[in-house]
Design a protein. Structure first.
Length: 293
């Protein structure tokens, strides 16, 4: 199992207590092609956890979230999300504020493969807070909850989630929309005419199929994929001007307008108060860990 461990360190406690938790990224081999990552936000120390705010940017992935410690306050705008829910963030970031010891597993399902695990069209999850018991059976979710709560460490928790997902995984379904989504995630700057040509369809066919599958036009999906790329490029240490160039945006001002148009705040604001030690090196994350203000 591919594991990346990012220790948390906000310098709010005595040295012996610093780093009292980790944010871990797992990529189980048996789920390759279905998930981007499984995150375990594991901070068992109350005061350390409450010193954080976690802000998740809009993107293309379908997020499945399950908490296993003190309920954290999860908000998107004015809405408060359940402890166990599925959502695809398409506008404004999702903010997670611990109220005590933090424990939450977040599965990032690939949009082009989410239908291998969930039956509902991806468009139904846009900016929503659908309880996991409405997607999977309540009995299965309850059993999974018990196993997560009783797990001794991250590896046991992720093994539980991995087994849960594998049991529900269906064979790959080849579709025009899935191919298009995969292409746009690799290159969000692809012009729609070129993408349609690559897939041997008309732009109208592409748009119709994409809307039916994802509940949004391919151009909007590409904007979300570009936000993911902006966050990823920033993680690599690129300047805003370099990121604008890499993302085919005219200049830094264009980048800021695009970012604000989807997230509701500029990139500098989104990354404000970010923890740089340990968690700040999460190049694979579409979220930031901030000092609570």
């Amino acid at each position: 199992m591919n594991l990346i461990d990012h220790s948390t360190d906000v310098g709010t406690r005595e040295p012996a207590a610093i780093g009292a938790g980790s944010i871990r990224c797992f990529r189980p081999k048996l789920l390759t092609g279905i998930i981007d990552a499984i995150w375990d936000l594991d901070i068992p120390d109350d005061e350390t956890a409450k010193a954080f705010t976690i802000k998740w940017a809009p993107g293309t992935s379908l997020l499945l979230m399950a908490q296993y410690r003190a309920p954290a306050l999860v908000r998107q705008g004015e809405r408060v999300l359940p402890n166990k829910c599925a959502t695809q963030i398409q506008s404004s970031s999702l903010t997670l504020q611990p109220t005590g010891a933090l424990g939450i597993v977040i599965v990032c399902l690939r949009p082009d493969a989410a239908n291998r695990v969930v039956s509902a069209p991806l468009g139904q999850f846009a900016n929503t807070n659908i309880h996991l018991g409405s997607i999977f059976s309540r009995g299965d979710v309850s059993v999974c909850d018990e196993l997560l709560a009783g797990a001794r460490n991250s590896c046991e928790r992720i093994a539980t989630v991995e087994a849960f997902l594998i049991r529900r995984a269906r064979p790959e379904q080849d579709s025009l929309a899935s191919h298009a989504a995969s292409c746009l995630r690799r290159d969000p700057t692809l012009p729609m005419k070129l993408l349609a040509s690559m897939l041997s369809v008309s732009t109208r066919q592409l748009s119709r199929s994409f809307n039916a599958t994802f509940g949004m036009p391919p151009k909007q999906f590409a904007r979300l994929a570009r936000i993911e790329r902006i966050v990823a490029e920033r993680r690599k240490g690129l300047s805003w001007a370099e990121i604008a160039c890499a993302c085919d945006l005219a200049d830094q001002s264009h980048l800021a307008r695009e970012f604000r148009g989807i997230i509701g705040e500029g990139p500098t604001e989104f990354f404000a108060h970010e923890i740089r030690e340990g968690a700040g090196r999460m190049t694979e994350a579409n979220f930031v860990v901030q000092r609570a203000v």
